[in-house]
Ligand binder design. Structure first.
Ligand SMILES: [Zn+2]
Length: 198
């Protein structure tokens, strides 16, 4: 295995732990994938596993058809979604999917997520909120592939967030920045309501 692949696997494990520590995933939710540079192969987190205890040998290498090439586990149930994005976007090498609680809460209605913090306004491009589709389904993968075109984030209503980037760190930053903005929006709303009653 190349040094590139070893690094990708370490980045996936680090990314998953960071998402858990920030409470953006539970121990069993969320998934991360990374394209092996200039190839049609991907390292991805396994399904039904305790993400906090993941080891390198738990990760799964799949091709663009979802066929397992290396590893003993099954790939994430959302592998179609990851592959769909990597096929649609040659510039994307890292895909992060998390279940950001504040983001999911503030996007129960509406079609777009409008950031209010300076950082989010600078980093995020247009962020649309996609209608609910069953997690792991073909329908979800299709609607995500169609909408990821020039965007770096998508919100899945009642479900979670997808961030994409040139690497996993970039994709994870997107997911974290959205959640921070959603928290600020929530706080601002509470504060605005409390001061408006004075
Ligand atoms: Zn999910």
């Amino acid at each position: 295995m190349s040094l590139d692949e070893e690094r990708l696997k370490r980045d996936i494990l680090e990314g998953m732990r960071a998402l858990y520590l920030r409470k953006l995933v539970t121990s069993t939710s969320g998934n991360i994938s990374a394209r092996i540079p200039d190839s049609k192969f991907v390292w991805i987190t396994p399904t039904d596993s305790k993400k906090t205890k993941l080891k390198e040998e738990d990760l799964v290498k799949i091709d663009f058809n979802g066929k397992i090439v290396e590893g003993t586990n099954m790939p994430s149930k959302e592998w179609r979604l990851h592959i769909g994005i990597l096929k649609a976007r040659k510039d994307v090498n890292g895909v992060v999917h998390a279940h950001n609680p504040f983001t999911v809460g503030v996007t129960m209605i509406g079609k777009k997520f409008k950031p209010i913090t300076a950082e989010a306004s600078m980093i995020l491009r247009e962020v649309v909120i996609l209608p609910f589709k069953r997690p792991g389904s073909e329908e979800l993968s299709e609607i995500v592939s169609k909408n990821i075109a020039s965007r770096n984030a998508l919100i899945l209503r009642r479900h979670g967030v997808i961030g994409v980037g040139s690497d996993i760190d970039e994709a994870r930053t997107i997911v974290e920045v959205i959640e921070e903005d959603a928290i600020v929006q929530t706080v601002a709303k509470i504060f605005y309501k409390s001061i408006s009653r004075r």
